[in-house]
Design a binder for this molecule. Structure first.
Ligand code: FPP
Ligand code: MG
Ligand code: MG
Length: 401
């Protein structure tokens, strides 16, 4: 179906698996402090896209199929569902300490013939918790008044409470992560958290750091993010504005998706080859996802988005549509340098973006990352979940919110 049109609805494939995620997260968030409970659960009450847990669950299915095929070929018996459940079960003894609700001690997942491990479901929940923690903090940093068509958490409860709720979510996600008893997975997700902060930090410093010197190791990594690749040219020691934008985008969005995909494959017992495919799929889809997000900021309405539109220019941020427009209209560079902070700058930048091919070029860029993601995941053996991961790339580029 490379011609488009979804053959598999990923959400249907997962059925109840996705809807119970929010319920389980609520159980992981119980504390003796009702107000803290309310605020940390606040963003889970509103309907989110759940794109990250969706990807983790599908990747788990696709990678588990692969792990089974591979171990069967090698004559190795994979760990049974019971073995894994027992390992996870042990760790839930400690959960009783802070979970009053005894029904929460052993979460009963809906029966399903799809071989997703309980550890992988937990990973999907952890991923959504880390993401939501970052949104609580992000809305404070961006001073954004709305999210998911409701007042944002800081608007409803104040900055201090919103920050603490984010910290609390992160802490409970870390506890749940430790309980998976898998050091490699802990390291992956802990690195994600530092990457989120690094990405946000790069974004805050935006213009100052563009064209800054970078270490060769960073330069090589950034060059690999560029569509068109770095194969013919030496990695530069100066980052261009566009490379800076891509590195920031990887850190703030793609890292979480990439590393949670790898972690899903690790939990499934996938070989290095499989975990690398999972990572590369997640990285490219994650880049596409954020690039589309940056495009929607220009083409979508606040009503459609459930959060303010044209927010990035007002925050002084130059994202892909602006950087492309600057190639056609060099007068844009001056506005970028001063972070659109003079009266009329935002309007002028919007006008230049509209007159340029910036939005189309941004869409093309997102599509090319999706194509890379498809090329990666297509290396796994055919399965409904693998096909759903391919179809998911279309949903990512065609979404309106
Ligand atoms: C949303 O981006 C924000 C992020 C993807 C990451 C934010 C990261 C932090 C605030 C660092 C702290 C991290 C943790 C884990 C507490 P956006 O502002 O472009 O998206 P939006 O339009 O949805 O607000
Ligand atoms: Mg924001
Ligand atoms: Mg932000």
């Amino acid at each position: 179906h490379p011609k488009g049109g979804s053959v598999i609805n990923p959400r249907e494939l997962l059925g109840q698996d996705l809807t119970v995620i929010t319920e389980h997260i609520r159980r992981l968030l119980g504390s003796g402090h009702p107000v803290l409970n309310t605020i940390s659960a606040y963003y889970f009450q509103q309907q989110g896209k759940h794109i990250r847990p969706l990807i983790v669950l599908l990747m788990s299915m696709a990678a588990n199929v692969t792990a089974q095929t591979q171990s069967a070929a090698k004559g190795v018996v994979p760990a049974s569902r019971e073995d894994i459940d027992r390992a996870i079960g042990d760790s839930e003894i400690v959960f009783r300490d802070f979970m009053k609700d005894s029904s929460a001690v052993s979460p009963s997942y809906p029966s399903s013939d799809l071989p997703i491990l309980d550890s992988q479901r937990r990973l999907a929940e952890i991923t959504e918790m880390i993401h939501t923690a970052s949104l609580l903090h992000d809305d404070v940093i961006d001073e954004s008044p709305t999210r998911r068509n409701n007042p944002s958490a800081h608007a409803a409860f104040g900055n201090k409470m919103a920050i603490l709720a984010g910290d609390f979510l992160l802490a409970r996600a870390s506890v749940a992560l430790a309980r998976l008893r898998n050091v490699e997975v802990v390291e992956l997700l802990a690195t994600v958290i530092s990457n989120l902060v690094e990405g946000e930090f790069m974004q805050l410093r935006n213009s100052q750091a563009a064209d800054a010197d970078v270490k060769p190791s960073v330069a090589a990594r950034v060059a690999a993010l560029m569509v068109g690749g770095s194969s013919e040219s030496e990695p530069s020691v100066k980052m261009t504005k566009f490379e800076y934008y891509l590195e920031k985008t990887y850190l703030k969005t793609a890292s979480l998706i990439a590393k949670s995909c790898r972690a899903a494959a690790v939990l499934g017992g996938g070989a290095e080859e499989v975990t690398q495919i999972a990572y590369d799929y997640g990285k490219n889809l994650g880049l596409a996802f954020q690039i589309v997000d940056d495009m929607l900021d220009f083409v979508s309405t606040a009503e459609e988005l459930g959060k303010p539109a044209a927010a990035d220019l007002n925050l002084g941020l130059a994202t892909a549509p602006v950087l492309y427009a600057a190639e056609e209209y060099p007068e844009m560079n001056e506005l970028i340098e001063r972070k659109f902070n003079q009266p009329g700058d935002v309007e002028q930048a919007l006008d230049l973006v509209r007159r340029s091919d910036g939005v189309k070029a941004t869409m093309d860029l997102a599509v090319s990352y999706c194509q890379r993601a498809i090329d990666e995941i297509a290396k796994l053996p055919e399965s409904p979940a693998r096909n759903a991961l391919i179809d998911l790339t279309y949903t990512v580029v065609n979404r309106k919110k």
